[in-house]
Design a protein around this ligand. Structure first.
Ligand SMILES: Nc1nc2c(c(=O)[nH]1)N[C@H]1C(S)=C(S)[C@@H](COP(=O)(O)O)O[C@H]1N2
Ligand SMILES: [Mo]
Length: 385
């Protein structure tokens, strides 16, 4: 499956169809567009009111899920500090630290470098972990230039082993009782940074990157949770040590008891790669027939199963007309015998290695006491009239 999508992507890139294909995104694809006579039944369980609207913006509802590519104006955005409005003409990217040739690049310099696209479903690692956060996910075609080639041309100097990405946004942090101003930043190992899929992105779904999503330039690291995808980039530095800021070492940290209740062993880990996950998206009614549509992502998807009212797991049909290595897969299940009354609907994804999305009481989740990386099976409630 991975091989298939790789060769397909390579084909699209070489034939130039990647760009022509964008025209398709303007019209919702038939598999998801509601047909005449179809209506969506809203879920009974709706998320709580968002107490941090500045930080988490433009969350949509799953019932609205109408196209495999999320239009830019429907994409969620996260800002831990301010939301910078950057003047592209005055903006520059600096590449420095442990490199042989430090560089300063304008946006035009970056756009003149080789262009590459990736379709990647970006999910915040906090998604589904908080009662007011259940739609921190979207899928886009991102275009930019490969990070690895840029690092290669700067040349990694002796001792360089970590790549640190700085955003233009700043905030006040209190570290051991000292108030300090910091830029948003994240780092990844040089080996991870050199992944040929990582892009310095200036375009989203064929348009300039919107301000909310990182204009003029952001990192897109396919296969990593949202936090790694640094927006409003201004500086890339190669270091000989890991970055230990809030977003690496304090805030985006998962805490788990890997011992027992009696003899706990607390293990902290920095949020990193995406996890296997799925969600029921919407229930569609057409006369007496019902259908459940949803999405699965975070790992190469082999199958999705759906459980209604705690019954047998039923195989959903995957939408093979719209798939890409790092993108969500849409699925649906016909529900012909839906009876009047309230029902619960749960989905679980299975990846190509045979891993099953864990139930909420699975030890991998039950021992976790922080809300990050909540990839447990999601259950929604619906009332059939
Ligand atoms: N500079 C900067 N980059 C950032 C953030 C931020 O606050 N500042 N938030 C991160 C988080 S937590 C997520 S989930 C993604 C969200 O990307 P989006 O806003 O384009 O949806 O951006 C990441 N990149
Ligand atoms: Mo996030």
């Amino acid at each position: 499956m991975i091989k298939h999508s790789l060769s397909r992507r390579a084909f699209l890139a070489h034939s130039g169809l990647g760009i022509a294909g964008l025209a398709l995104f303007n019209t919702p694809l038939r598999a998801l567009a509601l047909q005449e006579g179809e209506t969506v039944i809203p879920w009974l369980d709706q998320r709580a009111e968002n107490p941090v609207p500045q930080a988490i913006a433009n969350q949509r509802t799953w019932e609205e899920l109408a196209s495999w590519i999320t239009p830019n104006d429907q994409f969620f955005s996260i800002a831990h500090y301010n939301r910078p409005e950057i003047d592209a003409a005055a903006w520059q990217l600096e590449v420095g630290g442990l490199v042989n040739e430090p560089m300063t690049l304008t946006l035009d310099d970056i756009k003149a470098l080789p262009r590459q696209e990736v379709t990647f479903t970006l999910e915040c690692s906090g998604n589904s972990g908080l009662p007011f956060f259940d739609a921190g996910i979207g899928n886009a075609v991102w275009a930019g230039t490969p990070l690895a080639a840029l690092l290669d041309s700067a040349g990694i100097a002796e001792g360089g082993r970590e790549v640190v990405f700085f955003g233009a946004d700043t905030g006040e942090e209190t570290i051991r009782e000292q108030a300090v101003t910091q830029n948003f930043a994240r780092s990844m190992s040089l080996a991870d940074a050199m992944n040929p899929e990582n892009l310095l992105v200036y375009e989203m779904n064929g348009e300039a990157l919107p301000a909310a999503n990182g204009f003029p330039l952001r990192l897109i690291a396919p296969g990593w949770f949202g936090i790694a995808n640094v927006k409003w980039l201004t500086r890339i530095e190669v270091w000989d040590t890991r970055l230990m800021n809030r977003f690496m070492a304090r805030d985006y940290v998962t805490l788990r008891n890997e011992g027992t209740a009696d003899a706990p062993v607390w293990v902290e880990s920095s949020v990193g790669r995406t996890l296997l996950k799925s969600a029921p998206g919407r229930v569609v009614q057409s006369g007496d027939s019902y259908r459940i549509d949803g999405a699965a992502w975070g790992a190469p998807i082999a199958a999705v199963e759906v459980q209604i009212d705690g019954g047998d797991w039923l195989p959903a049909q995957l939408d093979e007309s719209q798939q890409a290595e790092y993108a969500w897969t849409f699925w649906s299940l016909d529900w012909p015998d839906a009876a009047a009354g309230e029902h619960s609907i749960t989905s679980r994804a299975i990846d190509t290695a045979g891993n099953v999305q864990p139930a909420p009481d699975d030890p991998s989740l039950a021992t976790k006491i922080t809300y990050w990386e909540s990839n447990g099976q999601i259950t929604r409630q619906v009332s059939i009239g």
